[in-house]
Design a protein around this ligand. Structure first.
Ligand SMILES: O=C(O)[C@H]1O[C@H](OP(=O)(O)OP(=O)(O)OC[C@H]2O[C@@H](n3ccc(=O)[nH]c3=O)[C@H](O)[C@@H]2O)[C@H](O)[C@@H](O)[C@@H]1O
Length: 415
């Protein structure tokens, strides 16, 4: 059919010349319309467009949760949960909410369901190339989340996460958290910090800067994108405790001007900032106080005394997914003297290991033992691996790294 522009133009020209009689007045009416309108009206394009729009609106209304207010949003979520269309994170209070959700309330936008399968979260792990962080990354990727590791490799090693290279859900960024960074994520696990005395005393000003400015930056990011934020604090916030064992309500006994203060006071300030963002900006936060943890991938020169295996990671994830802010003590309440520990090393690793007695380092706490009643009751968590079973696993990992011994590695990277 001759409906090209050239034909129409030809007809227009002819009409202008007055070459056609009154019988052609109808086609001339449409021809007098502007070109875009003539195109829309031609070949029933308008009808098809309207039908298409009506169908799209219908589908959107049927599947989308109502999004005008928080209340209506949650009732829609309840409805969608009933038909199995909404993810576990959304129901559990917003950990998996969309990053564009408004900060402190008011208008909330619902999630448009894309399928029946649980949608993985986008998670940042600062310090994710470190000892605890890298085990956490393994677990998050295994459950289907997308993970971005942010690490300056001060004590962390690329090798700790190298087995994830090529996984499309894994990204690694060399970045120092004392500088701001902008990422679109649902959850932030903030672990970046030198954690052992040998490392945190190396550059005390940098240590406290990492704890204060680094935590401030990550809290700012969480606020901006509406992510849930978890801080890994430490048993060191109790200092040299006057109460034993330590319950989370104990405020501690910390020297503010000692050689360990950069870490102790730094972590205490990080906790303060976390709670102030929670109260002031309504940020969803979680605080874990980790008691000395040991296991495969620990820095060979770490030097910390062991007390708990890496099942800590389980506790961190339960805390992040649960309803409680904390702080929670995560550690092993099993107590032993240094001499008892040395004997376990002789029994399980090397009967010829020599025991030497040396002076303690400055400000080292005399004893610490977590009271984990709160974690047991509210998170359903407690450590599982006894020292005698856990220690040989760490030693095997050290041997492999130092001497290149063979070890058995699972396909998911776990040992
Ligand atoms: O037991 C604890 O209390 C500590 O447990 C973990 O520390 P851990 O995994 O044992 O220590 P590392 O293996 O040294 O991991 C720390 C990670 O942070 C990174 N980091 C350190 C310093 C820094 O400025 N930025 C940064 O990204 C390191 O490179 C490393 O990958 C947590 O990362 C600490 O925040 C927590 O205080």
């Amino acid at each position: 059919m001759a409906s090209s522009e050239l034909t129409y133009r030809g007809q227009q020209a002819a009409a202008a010349d007055g070459a056609h009689g009154p019988a052609e007045s109808k086609p001339r009416t449409r021809q007098q319309l502007p070109q875009p309108l003539r195109y829309v009206l031609g070949e029933q394009r308008l009808v098809f467009s309207l039908v298409g729009m009506a169908l799209a609106t219908l589908v959107f209304l049927l599947l989308s949760p109502s999004t005008t207010t928080t209340t209506s949003s949650s009732s829609s979520v309840a409805h969608l949960a009933a038909v199995g269309l909404v993810s576990r994170q959304y129901q559990s209070g917003g950990a998996g909410r969309m990053a564009f959700e408004e900060g402190t309330g008011g208008v909330r936008h619902g999630r448009v369901p894309l399928g029946l399968k649980r949608k993985g979260l986008r998670v940042v792990v600062t310090g994710g190339a470190g000892f605890v962080g890298s085990h956490l990354v393994d677990r998050l990727l295994a459950r289907g989340d997308s993970v971005i590791v942010v690490d300056n490799f001060f004590t962390g090693r690329k090798e700790n996460v190298a087995h994830h290279a090529g996984n499309p859900n894994f990204e690694m960024i060399r970045h120092d958290v004392v500088e701001p960074i902008l990422l679109e994520v649902d959850q932030i696990y903030h672990l970046a910090c030198p954690a052992s005395p040998v490392h945190y005393k190396f550059n005390p000003v940098k240590t406290i800067k990492t704890n204060v400015v680094g935590t401030l930056n990550m809290l700012g990011l969480a606020k901006r994108v509406g992510a849930r934020f978890l801080l890994t604090s430490t048993s060191e916030v109790y200092g040299d405790p006057l109460q034993h064992p330590q319950v989370e309500t104990y405020w501690g006994n910390v020297n503010p001007i000692g050689v360990r203060s950069c870490y102790d006071e730094g972590k205490r300030t990080a906790e303060t900032l976390t709670m102030d963002y929670h109260r002031g900006a309504n940020l969803e936060v979680r605080i874990a106080r980790i008691f000395n943890t040991y296991g495969p991938r620990m820095c060979i020169d770490d030097g910390r005394v062991v007390s708990n295996f890496v099942a800590q990671v389980e506790g961190l994830m339960k805390l992040m997914e649960g309803e409680h802010v904390g702080p929670f003590n995560l550690g092993n309440p099993g107590e032993f003297t240094m001499l008892e520990l040395a004997k376990v090393v002789q029994d399980t690793i090397d009967p010829n290991a020599r025991i030497e007695f040396r002076a303690n380092t400055a400000d080292d706490p005399h004893k610490r033992k977590p009271d984990i009643t709160k974690a047991k009751e509210l998170l359903g968590w407690e450590p599982k691996v006894a020292l005698r079973n856990g220690l040989p696993l760490m030693v095997q990992d050290f041997r492999t790294r130092i001497f290149g011994d063979q070890k058995q590695q699972q396909p998911d990277g776990s040992e």
